[in-house]
Ligand binder design. Structure first.
Ligand SMILES: NC(=O)c1ccc[n+]([C@@H]2O[C@H](COP(=O)([O-])OP(=O)(O)OC[C@H]3O[C@@H](n4cnc5c(N)ncnc54)[C@H](OP(=O)(O)O)[C@@H]3O)[C@@H](O)[C@H]2O)c1
Length: 340
């Protein structure tokens, strides 16, 4: 696996994140060759309605010139599914960027398991398989001697998961985080403009920050899923989403925000992992606290035993942001396979 100069990969789901990843790969391939001494050969792309498979390597220039070229390519096969063909591919790494069902983790969960069962390392941008079945996936990866990486699932390109490597000599005792940019945008606007929750939500939808159906965000479920992944990775826990006490932001009123202001507080939607408990809920935070970030940003504060608080802040969404996290995962898998 990943031993030679050539690393063979497949991509499942060529939507926003998948396409950005291919563009980034194209842009960075010379740099990867020079700095990390390997070439990436894209052998297969799976979409919901078929696959493009070329064992000689798919021509990225031609494909990305016009992504409708995918289904016009001579090697396009209609009506096949990734889970049926993964076992037939000669690949090192499977990159999974399909949309997921938040309650089942499918189809990503099946793709991940199928790849691992065939001794293929996995990179995924899908949260649900990991907040639902973290331990099962890790156990399977271990059994198959495979690596699974999922940096893009939490705060996208912010190195929320890989920071663990940089803190290996320290001990993380608590996580406090703002993990949903939509909710942070809504609360920021309610605080600064005095507008209601529904007006702020509508504004977020018009700007493309909130989905047409924002339930997963405003209920706190999305942040809870990310908190599970973070606490399992950084604190060594083994939790799933049922372990999180979740409260959303729908009941926060302009009046409550005004009351908070009197004592110089704001209300933030925090995700907290502390003393074996996982909580996502609105909390009072001092106005001058570093937790009081604005707009759609994400924040992760790690309380450490030997260095106090360490804070990461950055964009928690976006195609290229997630794609760059995937590329990081890819390079780190190759490095690890080569013993670095
Ligand atoms: N966008 C972000 O900023 C971001 C950041 C971090 C993580 N993520 C996560 O990354 C994943 C992908 O996000 P995205 O924004 O790229 O979504 P997207 O634009 O909807 O792309 C998903 C792609 O997967 C295809 N697909 C659907 N079912 C499939 C199947 N069974 N097999 C193969 N392909 C299938 C879709 O085809 P059709 O559209 O034709 O159905 C689409 O092309 C999601 O889980 C998301 O939560 C996204």
């Amino acid at each position: 696996m990943c031993k030679g100069m050539e690393v063979k990969i497949c991509l499942i789901g060529m939507g926003n994140v998948g396409t950005c990843f291919l563009q980034l790969l194209k842009e960075k391939q010379d740099n990867i060759r020079v700095n990390f001494n390997f070439n990436c050969k894209l052998v297969a792309i799976f979409e919901y309605d078929g696959a493009l498979i070329d064992n000689d390597g798919i021509d990225l220039d031609n494909l990305l010139d016009d992504i409708t070229n995918l289904r016009k390519n001579q090697y396009w096969i209609s009506n096949v599914k990734a889970q049926d063909l993964i076992s037939t591919l000669d690949i090192d790494i499977c990159i999974e960027t399909t949309p997921t069902n938040p309650n089942t983790g499918e189809p990503a969960l099946t793709h991940i398991k199928e790849a691992l069962n065939n001794k293929i390392d996995v990179i995924s941008s899908n949260k649900a398989p990991f907040y639902l079945h973290y331990k099962k996936i890790q156990d399977l990866a271990e059994k198959m001697n495979c690596l699974v990486k999922f940096e893009a699932t939490v705060a996208s390109c912010v190195p929320a998961i890989s920071i663990k490597k940089s803190l290996i000599g320290n001990t993380i005792s608590r996580i406090r985080a703002i993990l949903n940019g939509t909710n942070n945008y809504i609360l920021s606007r309610m605080t600064t403009e005095g507008i209601s929750f529904s007006v702020a939500l509508k504004e977020a939808q018009e700007l493309g920050y909130a989905e047409t159906d924002p339930t997963l965000d405003i209920s706190g479920y999305d942040a809870a899923g990310k908190l599970v992944i973070l606490s399992n990775e950084l604190l060594g826990w083994s939790k799933s989403i049922e372990d999180v006490k979740i409260k959303g932001i729908t009941k926060i009123t302009p009046h409550a925000l005004e009351l908070a202001k009197i004592d110089d507080y704001v209300i933030k939607h925090l995700a907290i992992a502390e003393e074996n408990n996982l909580i996502v809920e609105p909390r009072l935070v001092k106005r001058d606290s570093l937790l009081n970030i604005q707009g759609t940003l994400n924040l992760i504060e790690l309380q450490t035993k030997y260095a106090g608080s360490i804070i990461l802040i950055g964009k928690g969404a976006g195609g290229f942001e997630a794609a760059s996290a995937i590329l990081n995962d890819l390079i780190s898998i190759v490095k690890k396979r080569r013993g670095f």
